[in-house]
Ligand binder design. Structure first.
Ligand code: HEC
Ligand code: HEC
Length: 438
């Protein structure tokens, strides 16, 4: 018995490496899936009346000071729940997708509007590129501090009540006239008065009979607050943007034919030699931690000198400078442009950047990577800025062949649900305010 063992393991090696058939790839992948405890996306239960209310609110510009911005303006179901732009454009902007531009005298939003797929998954503990909304030891931390109302149940619900407070995104400036010619009363409230802003937005919404009826159907006959607003929008996001049928998810459910040969090779690289899994870990493809992968800086920024110091702005820790929360990767093939500021509009370039970050940071070409000229001209590629970025870099270069990169891309493409191409179906024809939907 003992003597035959080496021979048997020799045979096992032969089948694994010499024939290289799909069976052995599946065996290798199944070990990876087990080791990393990877699960397919499941859709949480939702309540249809709450979803219907959330859907109306998500597409209704009445929630913005100037009645010209809906959540969907920046998270458009037709554009992978983003806005096509490297940096987002807020109130008083005009145009759509790549043609959208800020209004006269208005800035770009300092960050890229991320996709918002699968954010109802119970594992989510962070929202925003710097996770300024997060849950830590069961406690919700947000920019509103003690003004955060009781009753919010998730980071997704909490996130939903913040865009309406942001002047550049949705609220507007003092003295602004709204799209229907009325005075923008939401813009008159001071920036730190979250409670007042939320009350004023609810007053606007509840002055419309159709909304009062929808709130009653969703939550029963009682007083409604911004907590209900957040809950409804989150419920809609979960219903509309939880997509469970990417080839990868089907593979995880046991359909071995769901992935191509190339995607399987890519998955093995992702969880092996390419080390992507060290940050894009687990079921959601993110450790929800903060990393500096050397993304070039441009745009208005959030700090002095037009820089965006990322997580540092929340934690105040030197070592967090230029670090951003690892983004998830499902549907990444349709969510261009990439990174916290949309520095790359091509998926392959975004991946190549990771493999040799310093060289990509130093040689970044803003026009070739899709920035409009007015953003390209704000690129901060002076030696001092580059060295500052490199000082907290926390990613190691990886060497891959062209063929291996092709496999990785095939794997990333296999994370796409076919439903991303029919998401326009969730756009309502009309909203209760009567304001135009697109
Ligand atoms: C002006 C464009 C704009 C509008 C309008 C807007 N967003 Fe966003 N959204 C963004 C940007 C930009 C970010 C990232 C900001 C950051 O990380 O600092 C973001 C982040 C998010 C996130 C966090 C995703 C994550 O995992 O980090 C969610 C969820 C979201 N928005 C939902 C909404 C909802 C709901 C509304 C309406 C109430 C809304 N957004 C309105 C641009 C917009
Ligand atoms: C050290 C952690 C780390 C490793 C390792 C890593 N990533 Fe990333 N990845 C990030 C972070 C952080 C970002 C966002 C950076 C930013 O916006 O500044 C990102 C962004 C991305 C994006 C863009 C997603 C979007 O929505 O903008 C893709 C695609 C991606 N990574 C793929 C990969 C692949 C493929 C690998 C393996 C070759 C990999 N990553 C390895 C941390 C990492």
């Amino acid at each position: 018995m003992l003597r035959t063992r080496p021979f048997l393991s020799f045979l096992f090696f032969l089948t694994l490496f010499s024939c290289g058939g799909e069976g052995s790839l599946d065996a290798e992948l199944s070990a990876i899936i087990k080791k990393h405890d990877l699960k397919p996306i499941e859709k949480p239960q939702t309540n249809p009346d709450i979803v219907a209310l959330g859907r109306a609110l998500f597409f209704d510009k009445i929630i913005s000071g100037n009645k010209d911005m809906a959540c969907a303006t920046c998270h458009d179901p037709r554009f992978g729940t983003g806005d096509c732009l490297p940096l987002s454009v807020g109130t008083k902007g005009s145009g759509e997708c790549l043609d959208r531009r800020p209004g006269a005298g208005r800035p770009f939003i300092p960050r890229n509007a991320p996709e918002i797929f699968n954010r109802g998954h119970e594992d989510w503990k962070t929202m925003f590129w710097d996770a300024r909304v997060e849950v830590e030891n069961g406690e919700l931390l947000t920019p509103a501090g003690g003004q955060l109302p009781q009753g919010i149940e998730s980071v997704l619900q909490a996130q939903a009540i913040f865009p309406i407070t942001s002047r550049d995104e949705m609220r507007g400036r003092r003295g602004d006239t709204a799209s229907d010619g009325t005075q923008n009363e939401l813009a008159l409230i001071d920036d730190d008065q979250f409670t007042q802003i939320w009350r004023a937005v609810m007053n606007r919404i509840l002055s419309i009979q159709e909304y009062r009826d929808m709130f009653r159907r969703a939550f029963g006959d009682r007083e409604y607050t911004i907590v209900d607003f957040g809950r409804a929008i989150a419920e809609f996001e979960i219903e509309a943007f939880t997509l469970t049928d990417s080839p990868w998810d089907r593979y995880l459910r046991g359909d071995k034919d769901a992935l191509s040969y190339e995607a399987k090779r890519g998955a093995i690289l992702f969880y092996g030699k390419a080390r992507c899994y060290t940050c894009h870990s687990g079921t959601l493809f993110t450790d929800q931690k903060f990393h500096n992968i050397g993304v070039p800086q441009f745009g208005p920024g959030k700090n002095a000198n037009g820089l965006d110091l990322g997580r540092y702005n929340v934690s105040g820790r030197e070592e967090d400078k230029f670090k951003f929360r690892t983004p998830p990767l499902r549907n990444v093939a349709v969510t261009s442009p990439y990174f916290h500021n949309g520095a790359y509009n091509d998926l392959r370039e975004a991946v190549l950047h990771h493999l040799d970050p310093e060289r990509h940071l130093r040689n970044y070409d803003p026009i070739a990577n899709g920035l409009p000229p007015e953003l390209a001209s704000t690129l901060k590629n002076d030696e001092a800025t580059i060295n500052q970025i490199l000082s907290t870099l926390d990613i190691e270069p990886v060497e891959l062949t062209e063929e291996e990169i092709d496999y990785l891309i095939a794997f990333l493409r296999s994370l796409t649900s076919p439903k991303v191409y029919t998401l326009h179906e969730v756009i309502p024809d009309r909203v209760p305010s009567g304001l135009p939907v697109q």
